[in-house]
Every structure is written in C-alpha cells, then in structure tokens.
Design a protein around this ligand. Structure first.
Ligand code: BMA
Length: 424
C-alpha cells in the first residue's frame, strides 16, 4: 500500500502490504518479539549517533556529508558509465514503520544508472548474410565463431543454413576480423551413419579453443540422440579432424578453457539441460583428463541469479579470457515473454584458480536485440555470441548471430566489460 507523503505531493510513501485482519494478527503475533528487540537496537543506535556525532543539520554535519559525497564521486573508476550507486545498510534509520521492516526503503529510487553502451554494433553489420553466397542460394549465416590465428589472420567457422535448414559449416577468411571472404566450399565433415543420425536435425554454434598447440572445435549436434557435442581438432582451421562425441545427451553450449586447471586437467563450461541439472539450463563447469571423459562438475551460474534477462535459460558463449580480475566469459541469457524468446548477452568474471566460483556477473545484459537484423529473421529477437577476440590493445570483437539469420560483430573494450561485470 502506498500513501501520499504529507510533505511532498509528488512522492508516494510505501506503508506496508495491505492484508486481511487475520493475517495481520498472525504476522503481528509472530514479529512482535523481534520488533521489540529491533526497536531497542535501533533506538540505541540512534542514541549513540546523537551522542557521538554533531546534530544532523549543524554546519559541521552538513560539511561532513558533503565531504563524503565528494569522496564517493571521486572514486568513480569509469567516468563514462556511472555505476549502480545502491548502498545497502542493514537497517536505515527510518525503516521501521508500523511494525514492518523495509530494508530497501532508503534506496527506493536507486537503480543502475547505465549511461554507456559496453558493446557497440559494428557499422558494417551484418558482416555476412545469405546473399553473400550467391549464386548459391542459402537461407542464413549466423552464430559463427571468429578466431584470430597466431599469424594475425582471422578465420570464421560459419553456421550456414541451406534452403531446407540443414547446416553447412563454412569457412571464411579476413585480414581485419571485420571484412570476410567466404571460401569456395564448406568444411568436409564426417559421412558415417552415426554422424548422419546424430546431426539429422542440425549441427550448430561452433566454439574454438587454442590449447596444446592446436585448435579444439566443439559443435553441438541434434538428431536421433537429442543434443550431443562433437569434438574436432585442427592445426590450421582449413580441415577438421573428428575425434569423438564428448557427452551423453543432453548437454550443449560447450566451451573449452584455453588453459588447464591448477591440477592439470582440461576444463569446459557447459549447459546440461536435464531437469535435475536445473531444467531450463544453468551454466556448469566440468573437468577432464583427456577431453573425452568429463566429470568433477560444478553448477556455477543459475538462471535465478540473472532473473531479469535469463530466467528462461542461460548458457556459456565464449572461450574464457584470462584477465587480472578473473576469467572473463560472455554468456547468452534467455527471457521468455508473451510473444517471443529474447536472447541477450551477459558477462561474468570467474575465479582464476577455482573458475566454478563466479566473482561478478552483469545484472543487465551488455548486448540485447534492438537492430533490425537482430529483431527480424528466422528466429526473432536474438543476439547469440559464439566468440570474443581480445586484440593486443585490449579492444574486443564479439562475433554474434542476429535473429538466427545474420552474422554480426560488436566492438568494445576489455576494461568496459570488466567494469560492467563489477558494477552493473
Ligand atoms: C538455441 C540455439 C542457438 C539459437 C537460439 C535461438 O537453442 O539453437 O543457435 O541462436 O536457440 O534460436
């Protein structure tokens, strides 16, 4: 229930939830003893404040408050984007109203004042689309994985839909990571019966990690065995060598870390989608001695922790990047609404030694569908990244699919993504 504040006609004062009398009585009897203690504590706290500090509106007190405010604003590490200035004190001086504790009351007007885009759409988007294949007719090219090779060349493993939506994995090359030339033919992939059965519906969303002196490529497959993920290796990203399937159904969105764990095992992020693993899809981390057998698994980021843009599911997106602040990852968050499923992009920082510990996660997406090429296509309202390249000057290129139809790039700075993880 809200009442109009007496002193200011433009504000509404929250006075508690309106309830029927029985409930009120029950609540009152339950919380009366707690309240007595709290009121005494609060009274003692106020009393000690009054004893030890000058009166609230004396010139000294006003001067002290001004100094504190100045100190806070000079702590801003990123002048471009204001950080969420919410400060939570356990109990505000005026939180006790007719017996109901309102811990947020002091901050009821607080919100994240985000004034800067962390990722900016490349002006040449989409960097690849179906018409680039002409005279070959294709339906879409999206959710592709851009990789920067040691020699400085860029290669993209493109998810390409034929007219019947069956996938082709098509290579593209670039000298700047922005302008792409499609190769004349798609990658040669297995032709055995098991591959044909496992990929009967689709194979999709490649992720590429450089480790052990070669590229490890993971590709999700859907067909007769629900979702399985295939591991390939490559020395040059010209040809791919099939190794094995690396999971029993149902698990997807796998990304291998570029370094082994402190005890020498491979690590991967993944999204098991069986009900006992969180159903809608939470992010997990598993270990392996050989990239084939996986276990020692930890649930590390749940949909409920990013409720407002990922409550309907979230999965790992990009290969973790080592930073001074932890492993930086991008993930995709899914939000169902009345008409669609929105896919947007979040970021998180993981502990360097125990990466299943999430140190920071963006409570707001750093990229979400707005552009025409993200809003309209085979699947509307989708931004879906599969890779992020950090350049030597710490600028960042994020390769993402728009609306399951277009291949796009977003540009940014590493420090801004880290800032967003810690402050948004
Ligand atoms: C997911 C994957 C993605 C796709 C997304 C939205 O399940 O298939 O490749 O972008 O759905 O359709």
């Amino acid at each position: 229930m809200y009442e109009q504040a007496k002193d200011n006609t433009r504000t509404l004062k929250f006075t508690g939830y309106k309830d029927n009398k029985d409930n009120k009585d029950r609540i009152f009897h339950l919380i009366l003893p707690i309240l007595t203690i709290l009121i005494s504590c609060e009274f003692a706290h106020n009393l000690s404040d009054h004893t030890h500090s000058p009166s609230a509106n004396t010139p000294t007190a006003i001067q002290q408050r001004n100094q504190t405010t100045q100190a806070k604003s000079s702590n801003q590490v990123n002048p471009g984007s204001e950080k969420n200035q919410t400060t939570h004190s356990p109990i505000c001086p005026d939180t006790l109203i007719i017996g109901i504790i309102l811990p947020e009351r002091c901050n009821m007007t607080s919100y994240a004042k985000i004034t800067k885009d962390v990722l900016v759409r490349y002006e040449g988007n989409p960097v690849l689309q179906a018409s680039d294949f002409l005279p070959l007719r294709m339906r879409a090219v999206y959710n592709s994985c851009g990789v920067k090779m040691a020699e400085g060349k860029y290669v993209m493993l493109c998810r390409t839909n034929q007219l019947n939506h069956k996938t082709l994995l098509w290579g593209a090359d670039s000298v700047d990571g922005l302008n792409w030339t499609l190769r004349p033919e798609p990658f040669a992939l297995p032709t055995d019966d098991l591959w044909l059965a496992v990929t009967r519906s689709v194979f999709y969303d490649p992720r590429v990690t450089w480790i052990d002196g070669e590229y490890k490529v993971l590709i999700a497959c859907e067909g007769d065995q629900n979702c399985r993920v295939a591991l390939f290796t490559s020395s040059d990203l010209q040809t791919l060598k099939f190794v094995n399937y690396v999971n029993a159904p149902d698990n997807r969105n796998m990304v291998i870390f570029p370094e082994k764990s402190v005890d020498g095992r491979y690590m991967r992020l993944e999204r098991p989608t069986i009900p006992s693993a969180g159903g809608k899809g939470n992010i997990w981390l598993s270990h392996s001695p050989d990239l084939i057998h996986w276990g020692d698994s930890y649930e590390m980021l749940k949909t409920t922790e990013v409720w407002n843009y990922a409550i309907s599911g979230l999965g790992p997106s990009t290969v973790p990047v080592r930073t001074d602040e932890g492993w930086l990852i991008l993930f995709h968050g899914i939000m169902n609404n009345c008409t669609t499923r929105e896919y947007s992009v979040g970021a998180a920082l993981l502990d360097l030694d125990k990466p299943w510990i999430v140190k920071h996660v963006t409570k707001h997406p750093i990229l979400f569908p707005v552009a025409e090429y993200e809003m309209r296509g085979l699947v509307e309202h989708v931004c879906f990244p599969c890779s992020m390249i950090v350049e030597p000057d710490n600028s960042v290129k994020v390769y993402y699919g728009g609306a399951d139809t277009y291949q796009c790039v977003a540009l940014g700075q590493l420090e801004d993504i880290i800032y967003a993880c810690k402050n948004w």
